[in-house]
Design a protein around this ligand. Structure first.
Ligand SMILES: C=C(O[C@H]1C=CC=C(C(=O)O)[C@@H]1O)C(=O)O
Length: 428
């Protein structure tokens, strides 16, 4: 575990964090554009849906963790950091006061995970808006002030290439997985592949973020430490004792013809292959949340979630938690990860097969990404429809749930459709 921090203008690096949250007039915010328009290029973070949520920038403190203890080490650091901090919060909503943003590796190894405390966070929820400024030293020196940022440049000269496996190789990995599912204890495994986009110059992540938020308003547009995307899947949200999770599994591509898409949605809702795959995913989430809840609501049948590129079977699981004092939203995310939507069923067999046949390091793709406040409330999505930006290079990821009667060609087409959000967001 490594920690670092910017000492700020008036404080030593090991001095406690000080934070001040003030209310912001929504019309003042609107006059500056969307929340994303406020982001400067310095450590931008985002968690936005339908124009609401949180953005932040600068880095007041951060911790990097790795390995099987990546979640618990990060959670411990957050507990210690918030316990030492001095906070003046004039708004007191979930997401005010001290807030951290995190992105966690999918696998125990090699794994590289981060929890960051931005120096500035701006939040919006309905007709309420706020700004938090974080530093070290005296609260009185913190000056919350909003201003627009310089707009990002479009990435230039983007080209795409296969990542670890080309299409043919990936289809044979899928065929291999199908043959293993028939035999052993394995019911489902999620196999992913990657593409690599290369630009002429460093990619400014604010460009794809703006495009993702505009094209996928029903998804959570996120960015933390190079990991960005627009995910439709909420691993866990905890707010004032209520926990919810949006489980997705079972997918069909859209055609662009609304009438045909409606017929396809009906087919999806009746498809036994997809319903079976979905059932595994819901069961894995409900089982992991159950020990933390005094009551739960698990709908019997899924609904169809319509996205611009694909449609999914979706179930919203909800519960009342009884251990909010001792178990944070990040602890819940750790308990849920990896769900059947990104690992498979049973989890140990599925993740072992992923390591064996996927032939790539997922990095933080399909890991939890999101934010948490000092009370432990927060939102952790699954980093899907996502990419990792590193200088001029962006690695894009997409995966599919493979079950006994999966067809490799259909799965390849589904993966292509899942690349679309990030691929299009890099276009000029
Ligand atoms: C693993 C991904 O999607 C998961 C989430 C929703 C539906 C899925 C499916 O139908 O296969 C996947 O389990 C991805 O987008 O990379």
């Amino acid at each position: 575990m490594t920690t670092s921090a910017s000492p700020g203008p008036q404080g030593a690096i090991d001095a406690p964090l000080v934070a001040r949250t003030v209310s912001v007039d929504v019309s003042e915010l609107d006059a500056l554009g969307s929340l994303l328009d406020l982001l400067p290029p310095d450590h931008p973070v985002s968690w936005l849906r339908r124009g609401e949520g949180l953005v932040g920038w600068g880095c007041a403190a951060q911790v990097r963790t790795a390995g099987p203890a990546r979640f618990s080490d990060a959670a411990k650091w957050w507990e210690e950091t918030t316990a030492r901090s001095v906070v003046r919060d004039e708004v007191e909503e979930p997401g005010t006061g001290l807030v951290c943003f995190g992105t966690f590796a999918f696998a125990d190894e090699p794994g590289d995970s981060v929890l960051q405390v931005p120096s500035v966070v701006v939040g919006r929820r309905g007709d309420r808006a706020w700004m938090t400024v974080v530093g070290r030293g005296s609260l009185e020196n913190l000056e919350p002030r909003l201003s627009p940022a310089v707009a990002p440049d479009a990435p230039a000269g983007i080209t795409f290439a296969d990542g670890a496996l080309n299409s043919e190789e990936w289809m044979s990995a899928v065929a291999d997985a199908v043959s293993r599912i028939g035999g052993a204890d394995l019911e489902k495994v999620v196999l992913a592949r990657d593409l690599v986009a290369t630009a002429d110059e460093d990619v400014d992540v604010r460009w794809p973020l703006q495009r993702l938020a505009a094209a996928y308003p029903m998804c959570w547009t996120f960015h933390v430490d190079g990991m960005f995307g627009a995910t439709p899947e909420m691993l866990v949200r905890r707010e004032r004792g209520l926990v919810t999770s949006r489980v997705l599994a079972g997918t069909i591509r859209r055609t662009g013809d609304d009438e045909r898409d409606l017929a396809l949605a009906a087919t999806l809702a009746r498809s036994s292959k997809d319903l079976e795959e979905h059932e595994y995913a819901v069961r894995s989430v409900a089982d992991a949340l159950e020990p933390h809840c005094s009551s739960m609501n698990v709908p019997e049948a899924p609904f169809v979630l319509h996205l611009p590129n694909v449609m999914h079977l979706a179930t919203d699981v909800a519960g009342v938690v009884h251990d909010a004092q001792t178990v944070s939203s990040l602890d819940l995310a750790a308990a849920l990860h990896p769900s059947a939507a990104v690992g498979g069923t049973p989890t140990p067999e599925a993740t072992a097969l992923i390591t064996e046949i996927e032939r790539m390091d997922r990095g933080r793709y399909a890991g939890p990404v999101g934010w948490m406040d000092a009370s432990g409330d927060g939102e952790w999505g699954i980093a899907l429809r996502s990419g990792t930006v590193d200088g001029p290079s962006v690695r894009l990821f997409a995966g599919c749930g493979i079950v006994a009667d999966s067809d490799p060609e259909a799965e390849l087409a589904e993966a292509q459709a899942k690349f679309v959000p990030v691929r299009d967001s890099l276009a000029t």
